[in-house]
Ligand binder design. Structure first.
Ligand code: C2E
Ligand code: MG
Ligand code: MG
Ligand code: MG
Length: 274
């Protein structure tokens, strides 16, 4: 790289650009086939009540069973968003979650809500709420079994429209969490104007919390902010005992991270919740 960056500066960047747009095109082409070819599955990551250590719900995380380095969500979700394929994928995710929840309920497991990540792009679909309600009704599961996770970037869109949608979902029984909180652009004003239930502290503040005093200060402030606004607060990315102890001590309600549980297949999860 050092050499390429020297004299052939332009050439380096051009080919770099070409490589990444080729990769993007390849991901896009493969993504188009993925649903039809049954290449997706969901992993579920447990969330625990930090007071009792009991599992109180899960987050559904999409996995793509295609070999190669492009199949992590951080790479293919943005491509799905840019191409609009996220609508079809989001629909698949919701149906799969409803179908799994239905199965767990039929097997006699207690109701543990599943959080689904919904991209801001999906909110541009005027029928989103209607589709979510229809799917939940079709599978015959209680709406309280579903939570949605949105990101602060959604607040940059037409805010009164977003408010209306979230209110509609909430009236139906679905709770709303703001994911990756602290990394986006949200004005604090929105937090009490919008119908939301939960703040999820971004994992960048949590991962190495015990060695980074400023991250600990931010996490602590978000916990207080949430509680002062009457919201629940979740910390994601808990990787060690030190982070967990700190968060428990500071009154964080819910925790999620590799230290407790990694994301897992539905079959594994069922063994866990017997
Ligand atoms: P997210 O919603 O913030 O999800 C949490 C991410 O943190 C997941 O990454 C999870 O595996 C990871 N994680 C959980 N605990 C730990 C930990 O202790 N340490 C570390 N280092 N990581 C932890 P994942 O599954 O790779 O997903 C990345 C992102 O992709 C998600 O971030 C979400 O924004 C997006 N995504 C995943 N599934 C979906 C989906 O079905 N629909 C949409 N629209 N986006 C999705
Ligand atoms: Mg999430
Ligand atoms: Mg997150
Ligand atoms: Mg995210």
């Amino acid at each position: 790289h050092a050499k390429a960056l020297g004299k052939n500066n332009h050439q380096y960047f051009d080919s770099e650009l070409e490589r990444s747009s080729n990769q993007q095109l390849q991901v896009e082409n493969h993504l188009r086939e993925a649903i039809g070819n049954d290449e997706f599955h969901l992993n579920y990551q447990p969330k625990i009540d930090l007071k009792s250590n009991a599992i109180i719900g899960f987050e559904a995380l999409l996995r793509w069973n295609r070999a190669g380095g492009m199949n992590t969500p951080d790479i293919f979700i943005p491509v799905a968003e840019q191409t609009g394929l996220i609508n079809e994928i989001g629909d698949w995710v919701l149906k799969q979650v409803c179908s799994d929840v239905k199965k767990w309920l039929e097997l006699g497991y207690g109701l543990l809500p599943v959080a689904i990540n919904v991209s801001p792009v999906e909110f541009r679909n005027k029928k989103l709420v209607e589709q979510i309600k229809a799917t939940i009704i079709e599978y015959g599961i209680p709406p309280e079994a579903i939570e949605i996770e949105i990101t602060e970037s959604l607040f940059l869109d037409n805010i009164s429209f977003v408010k209306e949608i979230l209110k509609d979902l909430r009236d139906f029984g679905i709770s709303v969490a703001v994911d990756d909180f602290g990394t986006g652009y949200s004005s604090l004003q929105y937090l009490h104007e919008l119908p939301i239930d939960i703040l999820k502290i971004d994992k960048s503040f949590i991962l190495d919390l015990s060695n980074q005093p400023h991250n600990a200060a931010i996490a602590d402030s978000i916990i207080n902010l949430a509680h002062n606004l009457g919201l629940k607060v979740v910390a994601e990315g808990i990787e060690n005992q030190a982070s967990m102890s700190f968060l428990k001590h500071r009154g964080c309600d819910i925790g999620q991270g590799f230290f407790m549980y990694k994301p897992m297949r539905s079959e594994e999860l069922m063994e866990l919740i017997v």
